[in-house]
Structures are given as C-alpha cells and as structure tokens.
Design a protein around this ligand. Structure first.
Ligand code: 5AD
Ligand code: SF4
Length: 445
C-alpha cells in the first residue's frame, strides 16, 4: 500500500472492526486486523475515532443481515461528519455485494470471506479515490497462504482449520456464502498452533463450518489431528466446533475417552426432533441416530456436556413435529443451546417449500423451547455448586483482583483475588451460580 493515500491519514491509523455472527467471523476479524497491522493500522474499539471501519457481517438469518443495513445507516452520518474508509466484509458481502454497493453507495470496499488477504490493495485503491472496490472471489486456498502469523490475544485462541460446507441443509446459506468444503493442510495448522503456544496460548478451539469433515490429503482425519495438537508443549486444552452429527466418526467419539486435553463439551447441532422435518432439512441423519451418538459420546466420556442449535417453524413443521423436538431436548439434555425461528433465505430450497409457518406460531414454539432449554442450563449450572473444576483464567474481571475464566463446559467462572492466575488452568471450587456465570474460590494448587 502506498502513502499517496488521500482519504485516510498517514500511519498510525486506527481500525475498528465490528463482528457479527459466528466464531469463524471472530477469527476472520482478527486476521483482517493482522493483515492491516503492517500498514500502520492499530485497533480501536469505537467507530467514533477510527480511520477505517470494517463490518464483518453475517447472512445466516434475515435479522442478522438487516442489522448490517441499519448499522450502515448509522455509520453514514458519522462518515459524513468526519470521514473514514468503510468496508463491508463477510457473508452479507459475499451474498449481496452488489446490493450493498447500490443501497449504501458511501461504502468504499465490499469483500467476501475468502479475499481478506487482499485488503491492503483494496484499501490503497479506495484511498486513492478510485471508486467502490468489490472483491468477492470464492477460493479459500490463497487466503490462508498469504496470512501473517496470528497474534494471540490471551490464553484461549481460535484456529480455523476448515471452511465451507457441502451439506446443503435446505434452509442454510453457508454452502453459498462460504463455498465448498476446504481443509487446511496439517502442517500449516500445526505451525499455527505452535506459534500460538509460543505466545502463551493454553487452549485452542479448532474452527470450521463443518469441522468434523476436516481431512488431510494423506487421509488423516480430525481425531488424528487432535492427537498431534495435544502433543504441542503448552497446549493444555482442545475443543472443536461446529461438527455435524452425520460426520462424527467413531474414532473422534472415542477420543473423548482417550485424550484428556479434549474438553468434555461438544456443540452438536440437531436442529429438530422430528424425522419428517430432519428429512425435509436434508440433515442426513434421523432422531435415533442422534440419540445413539449422544449415548456413545457419554459412554466414551461420562459427564460430557452437549450444546446444540435448533430451528423452530421449518416449512411444514406441525405441532406434533415440534413436540418431538421438545421430547428430544428432554431426552438428551443440553447444557447450552441456541434456538431460532426459521428464516427463509433467498436462494435456498426451503424458502420455496409449501407450508411456511405463521410468525405467531414460530414465536410460541420458540418461547416454549427456550423456556425448556434455559431450565436445563439453569439446572446444570446449579448442579456444579460444590464441585471442583479446572478453570482457565483468561481475562481480568470487573473488580480489582477479580479474574474470569472458563470451565471445561464453557461456563464463565469468577474468582476474587486471583490476578496471579491469569493465563493458567487452576482447580476452582464452585460456590455460587449467577444468571450467566458461576462464582468460585481457588481450591489450592
Ligand atoms: N433460519 C433459522 N436458523 C438458521 N440457521 C441456519 N440457517 C437458518 C435459517 N435459515 C441456524 C442453524 C445453524 C445456526 C448457525 O443457525 O440452527 O446451526
Ligand atoms: Fe449450513 Fe447444514 Fe452446512 Fe451447517 S451443515 S453450515 S447448517 S448447510
């Protein structure tokens, strides 16, 4: 990037990235900041004093996409007042890039999830006043090859190992916005993990839209990769997300019983409990398969906690189908879950299926499901009081001396007077439950 830039000041420059949606976007936002750092961009946490603003967007549900356009409206006023470069990245950019440029002509750059390694060129172009820049090509390989080494931001880090999805669930835009499945090669992943460990990272969460489909050219699958990552010095905890029930091979299931560094917590979206709906969703498994998988996981690792995603009001879902979802939740038991009203996404097969469900019915079903799921979360958290858990302390708390960490089950845990334990895994006795976290005290070394 040259310094002839006219629309932004010379370095040092301030970059504000706002992230919507999934953890993959959180990872991507950090990588975009890494790519721009050598060009003099340092982070700021508000648009008010930024020289460049990036919205890293999510397209998964209608509401998520709408949020982007309302945020753009707000930024427009600010941009007219003080001027900065405005970029829209991520999945809305990928799916509706042209529309973003048309509806928001004050946006300077529109880039898809696979092109952010080219951000410096795009910034240079936009800053020269050459008009709106659009780059939404869809091949993932070059991006990973051009990314600088990641900078860790604490003791827990994400590592993207897989992108894209070939599953084509009938409601989902991901196969269109993120493209075909791609697995990063093993040596690149191990090198990134070593680099993170060298910067004090203790816990790594492997990321992929369909992470259990990860496979190296030599036929190595995710279980083998996790075994190798577990041998890296300094890495004490491993997780992976998001996996698909139909792709979870038995070696991976059994690994929960064999590899103590693999945390006993798994996000395993099921979406619905009725076979009819699962078939219409093209999920590739039925209700019994999910029960069998949950049971085998818990046999491999007693106490393993499951979380999940649910969609209510999929086209054609009857009251009886919905009751089967409620029944599945009662049967399996989840410690944590995300649930959504079905949202018709343009271009997906489900959006033109007959039997679209009325909004009012979706709302009623969602409220009932969420009440049940919250009750399960509450009961699980309450059952933790009096137990001792290994907590990784990864950030300071609100009061002086307070530290916050996470339990093996992803619960936030607060401890007073623990500043010296930041960045370490420590045994903690849980003493109380709060609405969104647990409180505890050090249980000794
Ligand atoms: N409508 C509602 N929820 C959806 N999800 C994906 N697509 C849709 C849609 N069209 C949910 C699924 C998925 C999560 C990331 O978002 O539950 O697991
Ligand atoms: Fe979407 Fe289904 Fe792929 Fe998940 S598995 S990203 S829900 S298509």
């Amino acid at each position: 990037m040259t310094d002839t830039a006219t629309l932004i000041p010379k370095p040092p420059r301030k970059l504000f990235v706002k992230t919507y949606g999934c953890q993959m976007n959180v990872y991507d936002s950090a990588r975009m900041a890494d790519v721009l750092a050598p060009h003099g961009f340092g982070p700021t946490d508000t648009a008010e004093d930024a020289d460049m603003v990036i919205l890293n967007t999510c397209h998964i549900r209608e509401k998520a996409a709408e949020k982007v356009f309302s945020e753009l409206g707000r930024l427009r006023a600010l941009k007219m007042k003080r001027g900065f470069l405005l970029a829209v990245a991520g999945c809305v950019a990928q799916a509706d890039g042209e529309e973003v440029m048309r509806r928001a002509p004050y946006v300077d750059i529109v880039l898809g999830p696979q092109t952010y390694h080219r951000l410096p060129e795009m910034v240079a172009k936009a800053a020269r006043g050459e008009g709106q820049v659009l780059d939404t090509a869809l091949s993932p390989e070059p991006k990973f090859d051009f990314l600088p080494e990641p900078k860790a931001e604490g003791a827990a880090a994400f590592l993207s190992i897989q992108e894209g999805c070939d599953k084509f669930c009938t409601y989902c835009v991901v196969p269109y916005t993120r493209g075909a499945e791609y697995s990063r090669p093993q040596d690149k992943i191990l090198a990134e993990a070593e680099a993170l460990a060298g910067q004090g990272v203790v816990e790594i969460t492997l990321l992929g839209q369909n992470v259990s489909a990860w496979e190296d050219q030599v036929g190595l699958r995710l279980a083998g990769l996790i075994r190798r990552l577990a041998r890296i010095g300094g890495i004490e905890r491993l997780r992976y997300t998001t996996s698909h029930p139909a792709d979870l091979d038995m070696e991976l299931v059994d690994l929960f019983g064999e590899e103590p560094k693999l945390m006993p917590y798994l996000h395993l979206p099921v979406q619905a409990g009725s076979d009819r709906v699962l078939t219409a969703m093209n999920r590739g498994h039925d209700r019994e398969d999910y029960f069998a998988l949950a049971e085998r996981l818990r046999r491999a690792r007693p106490g393993l906690a499951l979380s999940s995603d649910f969609i209510v009001g999929f086209p054609g879902e009857t009251d009886a189908d919905f009751e089967e979802t409620m029944d599945l939740v009662r049967e399996v038991g989840f410690v944590q879950a995300y649930s959504f009203k079905y949202s018709a996404r343009p271009g997906t097969p489900a959006s033109s299926m007959p039997g679209q469900v009325a909004e009012r019915i979706k709302e009623e079903r969602l409220a009932r499901l969420q009440a049940l799921l919250s009750e399960q979360t509450r009961a699980f958290n309450a059952s933790c009081v009096g137990t001792t858990m290994a907590v990784l302390f990864d950030r300071p708390g609100r009061h002086p001396g307070q530290v916050v960490g996470r339990s093996p089950f992803m619960q936030p845990v607060h401890v007073e007077n623990g500043a010296e334990f930041l960045g370490r895994v420590m045994p903690v006795r849980i003493t109380a439950v709060h609405p969104n976290s647990l409180a505890g005290e050090m249980a000794g070394p």
